[in-house]
Design a protein. Sequence first.
Lengths: 404, 178
Amino acid sequence: MTEVTELSRPEGDVPDTREVLLNLGPQHPSTHGVLRLVLELDGEYVARVDPHIGYLHRGTEKLAESFTYTQIFPLTDRLDYLCPPSNNLAFALAVEKLLGIQAPIRAQYIRVLMAELARISGHLMITGALPMDLGAMTALLYAMREREMIMDLMEMISGARMHTSFCRVGGVREDLPDGFFPKIREFCEIFPNRIRDYERLVENNRVFLKRTHGIGVISAEDGIDLGLSGPNLRASGVDWDIRRDEPYEIYDRLAFNVITRDEGDCYARWRCRVEEMRESVRIIEQCLDQMPEGPFQVDMPTIAFPVDKDRVHCSMEALIQHFDLSAYGFKVPKGEVYSAIEAPKGELGFYIISDGSQKPFRMKVRAPSFVNLQALFGVSNARYLADMIAVLGSLDPVMAEVDK
Amino acid sequence: MSAKTPLNRAPIAERFGGAIEDLGFAHGVHAFAAPPETIVELCRFLKEHPALRFDFLSDICGVDHHPEAPRYEAVYHLYSLPNKWRVRIKCRLGDPPRVPSVTGVWRTANWHEREAWDMYGIRFEGHPDLRRIYMWEGFEGFPQRKDFPLRGYRDKLNPFGAEGPPPTQPDLATRNIP
């Protein structure tokens, strides 16, 4: 454990000798990044917790104000780096609403397919990492094996394993490559059995059960009050999924179940995510079956690069537009938009104010992990220091997204 | 991306009358402009009215409209889980910006308000613990204000920063960690 520090107190406040201040982090494996928890300990009991964040603050929102809309995509990749396609999608949707355009149907299927692959990749991380935090290393190693398959698929689509930046305003960057369909079909066939493997590894493990069952219970009312969203809130019995309730892209054409649990404890949060991976595989299979042929980008020379590169080489107007688009970006009409999607961690919203120029006047990211982390204040039944680790692991915050 | 039934605006108009300006519906969100002194009452009303039930606070953020006046704005995004409506409340603030805190209505407002304070210097009155959240204790200035340079001010830790001393912030009260 990390060093014990006495922090400054208001004058006249004599520290109770029974209580110890403990710094957990910012460099500690179980804090999933650079989170620092200042814990007030009474023996093994946690009397108070004060999360300190900001160690990874990069000023995404400030930077975005000086970037063109296309340049912002790589910034969004670096929010929740376990699932960049979801972040790209959320941002693209917000800008498209301001522009009043919609991506072609094929592009929408590609985006949803990638977002669901990303959801599996993000959920795999916690499926393995929560047992690892509690001492069971094996599950994480198996989860990484399957995550590697997703990484390979991402590399096939976009050339990048992690920071794909594949979305564009008005579509995606390229069409799916040759030979992609057999690969992803193979993944969809293998993966559900692998989920069963993780469950068999962990779900009857007595140590894991003892440390997650009934620990860190968050009631539905508390969860809503604390702003929890996504699987964290669904594990408390709130039946809310933005994919179903405010369908974006082509989610209204897909059949999937919204997974909820009633317990609201660490185990329920873990369990919700494991079952959501099964639903994601179903969604991917439907996307593959339904995906039509067609363009992968809107045919608007002022917003998207021409699909046919020869046009740029042969026509002067097309060359000028291509240069203009790469050098200055495109203008977005004046207005405001708040657009939220169901990201793997919860409600990911982009609030963009446009002043009619090529750069956003203000971009606010409603990062789900930032809000979910606050729930550390609202848990009950997590009295031991060791329970704190289980609660933190089960809330699944990604510090890059918390700190923006 | 909208709910099946449109937002029922009648109770809000009935209760607040002319104090709240209706900015209309765009991109799935209904927007209102409210003066800062009504914000807590309005939020509580939207949350507790049986026909509205905006029980989920999505987001609070600050906006700097420099050099316009009034310069600052606090923007609240609310969501109604039962009715699936979204509402945006825009609250223009003068300089120095002050607005009552809604932490008494939703606990989740705590960190959102700390972030707006940290980045824009908007003081949320009645907030239980208004400390900086991203920047370190003792940082001077509010980095997301439009007059704060993108690369910060030049000092011994930041050789690439802009010229000029950081502006003094008389009301910059950063308290020690308890």
